[in-house]
Write a protein that binds this ligand. Structure first.
Ligand SMILES: Cc1ncc(COP(=O)(O)O)c(C=O)c1O
Length: 401
């Protein structure tokens, strides 16, 4: 009798990542000869800085190819701790830091370490695609808090207060945010911290884009607030700021009891992050930061260009994002319109039309918790962005009545 496969209950609770699926669709269309500009991917187009690559080559040549401690090499954890102290005045010991295979794993380790079935996790929307699925895998309950455009998509103290219940176990805060580029100011963080410290739940601060902030916004890390140190899990990594997405290197800083449990979970899933990547990460964080400044400046130029052009296009609305490398475009006015005889009922329909007819791949907002938006990543060169803007202008103009 043929073997019957039915996915596990855990797997059935979650959806595949739409951003990863889009990358697959773009590859498929390109294989069929279509000229697609991919503004869907969430990764810098830059090469990893040369000294970082060199450090990895040296690591291989020196035979640093064995298992490391599960939580990462002491040298890397010390460098991370030194960096948190230098940048935010936060004091962490190396045993309060765990290095993982990307920030994504750190987020998942933290959720698994903290949440039980029935616990509530407050998730401000729009949100990064993996948070809800990771919360579901942990069996916890998602308490989505919708934050509209006119509030710059920010969780306000009032909305946080309403979301808190006796079952709240964790709040996820992502600043700068994916997909909106929203950055909370120091004052706004202060106001949230004032509420958080009066309750008993943990806070997962995903600050993977914190080195990509524009317009000199006055902000800081949540680790700069000692009053919530006992309940904070800070997540950061190397992927975005150092153009190291493929190296799979991230970390979390948290009180030792939490790190110990994350260590236990990681020790039975992946073990340590790649030894060579850790040597590269050490060179990235401890070395000269000029490459970051150069990349940030290029992202800033692209941000301004893309937002200026988009602001003139028909049927869409946007806010100038203050961080990361995304624009979250409101396409609400286009819903219900037609193009090439097709009705645009959802943001997903608009994205399908754009990729198939204009050759531009964007991600529909549904995966980020908004039915009114699409996400554009400007992490690509100016020539490509010029062409993309031309194509988008034409395509949006075709969506009529
Ligand atoms: C908000 C956010 N957190 C975490 C990650 C994961 O980063 P990493 O590639 O280091 O796993 C991403 C990547 O897209 C992200 O946007």
């Amino acid at each position: 009798m043929p073997m019957h496969f039915k996915e596990s209950q855990l797997a059935a609770r979650i959806q595949p990542s739409q951003t990863v699926a889009l990358t697959g669709l773009v590859a498929e269309l390109r294989r069929h000869g279509k000229d697609i500009i991919d503004l869907g991917a969430g990764e810098p187009d830059f090469d990893t800085p040369e000294p970082v690559r060199q450090a990895a080559i040296t690591a291989i040549q020196k035979g640093k190819t064995k298992y490391t401690p599960n939580t990462g090499t002491l040298a890397l954890r010390e460098a991370i701790a030194a960096n948190l102290q230098k940048e935010y005045g936060a004091v962490y010991q190396p045993n309060e830091i765990i290095v993982s295979n990307g920030a994504k794993q750190s987020v998942f380790n933290a959720i698994l370490a903290i949440c039980n079935p029935g616990d509530e996790v407050i998730l401000p929307a729009p949100y990064w695609v993996s948070y809800p699925e990771q919360i579901r895998m942990a069996g916890a309950t998602i308490m989505t808090v919708v934050n509209p455009d006119y509030d710059e998509f920010k969780l306000t103290p009032a909305r946080l207060r309403v979301a808190i219940s006796s079952k709240t176990k964790l709040l996820i805060l992502n600043s700068p945010a994916n997909p909106t580029g929203t950055v909370y100011t120091t004052d706004e963080l202060h106001a949230l911290v004032d509420i958080i410290r009066q309750h008993e739940f943990f806070v997962l601060a995903d600050e993977i884009y914190i080195k990509l902030i524009y317009d000199s916004v006055a902000t800081t890390s949540l680790c700069a607030f000692p009053e919530i140190r006992d309940r904070l899990i800070l997540v950061n990594g190397f992927s975005k700021a150092y153009a190291m997405t493929g190296w799979r290197l991230g970390f979390a800083a948290a009180p030792t009891p939490i790190v110990k449990v994350m260590d236990k979970i990681q020790s039975h899933t992946t073990s340590n992050a790649c030894s060579i990547s850790q040597e590269a990460g050490l060179a990235a964080i401890a070395g000269n930061q000029d490459a970051i400044a150069m990349m940030r400046q290029k992202f800033d130029e692209r941000r301004r260009f893309v937002c200026d052009r988009l602001a003139q296009m028909p049927g869409i609305a946007l806010r100038l994002p203050k961080g990361a490398f995304y624009v979250f475009i409101n396409v609400g006015e286009l819903l219900g319109r037609h193009a090439n005889g097709k009705k645009m009922n959802t943001a997903d329909d608009i994205c399908k039309y754009l990729v198939e007819n204009a050759g531009v791949a964007l991600v529909a907002g549904e995966a980020f918790g908004s039915h009114l938006h699409v996400r554009l990543s400007y992490a690509t060169d100016m020539k490509t962005l010029h062409e993309a803007m031309q194509r988008l202008e034409k395509a949006f103009g075709e969506m009529v009545g």
